[in-house]
Design a protein. Structure first.
Lengths: 304, 100
């Protein structure tokens, strides 16, 4: 049985690829694509009369297949279905890194899931607190309650918007400039940053529209998202390219972190690097750039 | 577990297997066909029989049409078919116990 290492609450999550947990052909080699996280789906991708079969398939995938450094998240069925409790039991028993709460609308929804996760951790002898949570906001109510959702639990690592359901609620449809979801994305980002957790954009479903996909990913990066949900492996490379720092940014970040280590050891709080004022407030950002650079193969040093 | 009624799980897609269990009276009767029978037939048969034994199924007629499923998929399909035959597949599954 594969025992996955304890999940990291904050790690690099540029790409999160959805996979139907009921399809053995898909999940058996999901790790080869190089996405940061895979999202095994028990919800919409699985037909109503196959929910049970998907769980058996998921359990054995989680305990048999070595996904290496790829994070393994499971999307469970909504709290308004008869499926979510057994979904949580199998996720915890199988050792999934995290659970994505579908159609989350309030802090109470997070608390409900958290209580069931904790009960399952005790039932299956898993360390309490090991299983991480993230929430998908799919309705106007979810967006309006984004901050209380983001800050509802220490297990929460991130929040994502789900475009299909959200646009349906808003009586709008996909727009190439993103205006259809601009306010929602903005509000969710504010809430996630205020709560100190990560934020992910929705899937782009037209696999033939490469220009449209690129424009959306560029906008995601500009708005401050940590990553994006994907539906096809061919989308991974572009997101990793767009989210990669530039060489200049990596050099500057390296200089900043190195200088900070030297200066703070010498008792200096504020100093300049290449003409720019630097103090402790710049360090987390610079370290983040270096971690990103390392994941992209652009940095091999030991500062992060 | 006792097979109470006919039940099936799985598909005929590549890397999957279709497993059907029916009530039987004379031990386990296994009908196996596989797209990789020559290479893996014995291993597939062993996995199916081990899984049935773990679930304490002693009498059943079992039909498996394998399309190159991994062992973990075969186990999942056999288990699901057996639990479905007892109407017990949707809740309180013994994950990590009989299912492992």
């Amino acid at each position: 049985m594969i025992r996955r290492p304890k999940p990291e609450r904050f790690r690099l999550r540029r790409t999160m690829m959805f996979m139907n947990a009921q399809k053995p052909g898909l999940i058996k080699d999901a790790y080869i694509y190089g996405c940061d996280s895979i999202m095994l789906d028990l919800e919409d991708a699985v037909a109503e009369n196959q929910k049970d079969a998907a769980r058996f398939s998921l359990y054995h995938a989680l305990t048999t297949i070595d996904y290496g450094n790829t994070e393994v998240i499971v999307r469970i069925n909504g709290l308004d279905t008869p499926h979510w409790q057994e979904d949580i039991r199998v996720c915890v028993a199988g050792g999934a890194d995290g659970i994505r709460i579908a159609k989350c609308e309030s802090a109470q929804d997070v608390h409900t899931v958290e209580a069931a996760v904790e009960a399952a951790e005790k039932e299956f002898g898993v360390e309490v607190g090991r299983t991480l949570l993230m929430a998908a906001l799919e309705s106007p109510k979810g967006i309006l309650n984004a901050y209380e959702i983001c800050s509802a639990s220490d297990r929460m690592f991130g929040v994502a918007i789900s475009g299909g359901d959200f646009r349906k609620c808003m009586q709008t449809k996909f727009s190439p400039d993103g205006v259809d979801m601009l306010a929602a994305r903005g509000q969710m980002l504010l809430a996630a940053r205020a709560a100190g957790i990560q934020c992910f954009d929705t899937v782009f479903t037209d696999l033939d529209d490469n220009e449209g996909f690129k424009a959306e990913v560029l906008q995601n990066k500009a708005m401050g998202f940590d990553g994006k949900s994907l539906i096809n492996p061919k989308q991974i490379r572009l997101v990793h390219e767009v989210f990669a720092p530039t060489e200049k940014e990596v050099k500057q970040a390296e200089a900043v972190v190195r200088a900070y280590k030297e200066q703070s050891a010498a008792g200096v709080g504020v100093f300049t690097v290449n003409g720019k004022m630097i103090d402790i407030a710049f360090i987390p950002g610079a370290e983040r750039t270096l971690r990103l650079a390392k994941a992209c193969g652009m940095y091999e040093g030991d500062l992060v | 577990m006792e097979i109470l009624k006919s039940a099936a799980a799985g598909t005929l897609e590549s890397s999957d297997a279709m497993v059907t269990v029916e009530p039987g009276e004379d031990g386990i009767q296994l009908e196996l066909s596989s797209s990789v029978m020559n290479q893996y037939g014995r291993q597939i048969k062993a996995t199916i029989l081990e899984t049935l034994e773990r679930l304490d199924v002693t009498n059943a007629h079992v039909t498996v049409v394998d399309k190159g499923a991994l062992d973990c998929t075969l186990k999942a399909r056999v288990e699901c078919a057996v639990f479905r035959s007892c109407d017990a597949s949707s809740a309180n599954i013994p994950w990590g116990g009989a299912i492992r």
